[in-house]
Design a protein around this ligand. Structure first.
Ligand SMILES: [Zn+2]
Ligand SMILES: [Zn+2]
Length: 334
């Protein structure tokens, strides 16, 4: 099969992913093989490729927002059938036995494994996944619409769930990439007033089109204090900006897997008056099921730019340099 393989950590601008021929993988016990149709791209792919996360395994096929059909089923799989259309997300397995797994917090499992990092991901023609970590995708949602939900959508969904939003609340999104433009739609379903800060003019335009009540390039221009802020950009400095514009009792949450150093805060100015500072880590399968259900019901639709498999480096370069409005999706087969 064809796959885009990372053999050495490096800047995406040097096109480190190489198109290679690999054997088609055989599913082991409790695994299914997915014949991949498409795989969305995400900043975490950049973090894996450029070495911002601890190096785990090379060579590696990145990509962790996979849509495809089950084409082979290993021993010991329940509830799946050949030809079924499914999605694969970043979280690909957990231990199922630890205190986190047993209390509905499998996203925090210390033995969790991730797609396109611990095991080969979706920038390829086939991939394996544990059968109980494959999400059934409703017919209503087409392939390229579904793919961005599996990480951008999911992390945004969980961030929004943890951001203490309420009907009529003022929600600020800092950064307006793939995840934020999906959160905008979810937040409007919850009747939030959405404010957006992003430096990219393309992203500002998209935010306006999608119904932001206010769009600007810096928090200093904000007309009001916010009830909740979600930080999407991986820049620690933004915590201070967010806290400077947060109401008493408000919540700031960061949605990234990686962040540059966070500055010192002043207790009185930034934290007192019950301001909550939170993070979000991955997602549970329950989050995934709820998001896919809401997406089918409300018509959640990412704006998508597609690329063929051999242009995956280009797609990730476009992501890194904010040249994509919405989400980039690698289309492996139509
Ligand atoms: Zn566990
Ligand atoms: Zn991701």
């Amino acid at each position: 099969m064809k796959a885009m393989v990372l053999r050495e950590i490096g800047s995406i601008d040097d096109s480190p992913l190489k198109l290679e021929d690999m054997p088609i993988p055989e599913p082991g016990p409790q695994q299914v093989r997915i014949k991949i149709r498409c795989c969305a791209i995400c900043r975490t792919d950049l973090h894996v490729i450029e070495g911002d996360l601890p190096e785990y395994k090379l060579p590696m096929v990145p990509g962790h927002q996979i849509i495809g059909t089950i084409d082979k089923i290993g021993r010991g799989c329940g509830h799946v059938r050949k030809g079924q259309r499914v999605g694969v997300a970043w979280l690909r397995s957990t231990c199922g036995k630890c205190e986190y797994c047993l209390s509905g917090k499998e996203n925090l499992c210390e033995s969790a494994m991730f797609t396109g990092y611990h095991k080969e991901g979706g920038f390829a023609e086939y991939a394996l996944v544990r059968y109980d970590f494959a999400y059934p995708i409703p017919k209503k949602i087409d392939d390229v619409t579904a793919a961005p939900m599996l990480c951008s959508g999911l992390i945004g969904y969980r961030a929004l769930e943890r951001a203490n939003v309420f009907s009529g609340c003022r929600l600020l999104l800092i950064g307006f990439g793939s995840s934020a433009h999906l959160v905008m739609q979810l937040a409007k379903n919850r009747f939030c007033e959405v404010f957006v800060v992003t430096r990219s003019e393309g992203h500002q335009e998209l935010a306006r089109e999608m119904g932001a009540v206010w769009v600007g390039s810096s928090c200093d221009e904000l007309p009001d204090l916010m009830d909740s802020v979600i930080i999407f950009a991986p820049v620690g400095e933004l915590y201070r900006d967010a806290l400077n514009h947060l109401k008493r009792g408000g919540t700031v949450i960061s949605a990234g897997i990686h962040m540059s150093p966070v500055p010192q805060f002043d207790y009185q100015d930034h934290m007192f008056y019950e301001r909550d500072i939170r993070t979000v880590t991955c997602n549970t399968r329950d989050d995934g099921k709820k998001l896919i259900k809401e997406a089918a019901k409300t018509g959640l639709t990412p704006q998508v730019t597609t690329y063929p498999l051999e242009e995956t480096n280009q797609a990730l370069q476009d992501l890194k340099h904010d040249r994509i409005n919405g989400t980039g999706v690698i289309v492996i087969r139509e």
